[in-house]
Design a protein around this ligand. Structure first.
Ligand SMILES: CC(C)(COP(=O)(O)OP(=O)(O)OC[C@H]1O[C@@H](n2cnc3c(N)ncnc32)[C@H](O)[C@@H]1OP(=O)(O)O)[C@@H](O)C(=O)NCCC(=O)NCCS
Length: 232
């Protein structure tokens, strides 16, 4: 499934960007695939009030909406989201994710759709680095459309989600980001998320293998997760 998704992504990319750009992207993809990219994992303790000030949104023209069903999404917004990466893959993900109870969060700037992100309570869509507690929430697949990047819309969206999750009495929020993704790393610094650790993950024969890259962080991670569970 992963390879057929990737192939259709590249065909889609080739149609839009041509041979040279697709070759460069393929090389980058293969490097990232076979080097099992280091992922930076973050957490936010939603029971602590300190994150609220760190994620306060100062902008008046920004609004956030939460969607829990495909039918609630405006058709124009849906087109914009679906067509950005790979329509075929996104069309399949959408019902799967909603059926699992995920929420799609939209951010608007001056009324226009500027980006989105997903959350799932009590688990993750893909096999994860560790087990989430039933009251934890995972944030994943965030995107700000290119023309809106660099305006702190992603931190505004993440901040609003964290505030709402805290209001719903969730325990902890988790998010991760590839170590090469400097824009997302920079962006997450502006949110209430804190570093949990750095790890690599690989799926083989139906198993997920996780290697924590920093032993000190591994220890801290285990303790943090254990103490979070104990607190619930
Ligand atoms: C990562 C992403 C969501 C950040 O959104 P954003 O609203 O632009 O976030 P910010 O405004 O906080 O900017 C973050 C960083 O993006 C970079 N950036 C700034 N202007 C930019 C622009 N016009 N275009 C691209 N990147 C820009 C900067 O490194 C910036 O960090 P800085 O503010 O410390 O200089 C967005 O770049 C994106 O959608 N990227 C592609 C998808 C992705 O990587 N998603 C995250 C993985 S799930």
């Amino acid at each position: 499934m992963i390879f057929s998704d990737s192939t259709s992504s590249f065909v889609n990319y080739y149609k839009r960007h041509g041979f040279a750009a697709t070759s460069r992207r393929t090389m980058l993809y293969l490097q990232r695939l076979f080097l099992f990219p280091r992922m930076v994992l973050f957490y936010c303790d939603l029971t602590s009030p300190s994150f609220i000030t760190a994620t306060k949104n100062e902008s008046n023209d920004v609004s956030v909406e939460r969607k829990t069903r495909e039918n609630d999404i405006d058709p124009q917004d849906l087109q914009r989201i679906v067509n950005f990466w790979n329509p075929k893959v996104f069309r399949r993900h959408l019902p799967e994710r909603f059926q699992r109870g995920a929420s799609l969060w939209l951010i608007r700037s001056a009324g226009q759709l500027a980006g989105y992100g997903w959350t799932l309570k009590g688990g993750t869509i893909e096999p994860h680095y560790f087990m989430l507690g039933s009251n934890d929430v995972h944030l994943f697949d965030f995107l700000v459309f290119p023309e809106y990047r660099g305006r702190k819309l992603n931190p505004a969206l993440v901040g609003e989600i964290l505030r709402q999750m805290a209001a719903e009495n969730r325990s902890r929020a988790y998010i991760e980001c590839a170590e090469w993704n400097q824009p997302q790393l920079n962006s997450l610094k502006k949110t209430g998320f804190q570093l949990l650790g750095v790890a690599r993950k690989q799926h083989l024969l139906g198993q997920t293998f996780v290697r924590w890259e920093n032993p000190e962080l591994q220890l801290e991670t285990r303790q943090t997760v254990v103490s979070a569970k104990a607190d619930r």
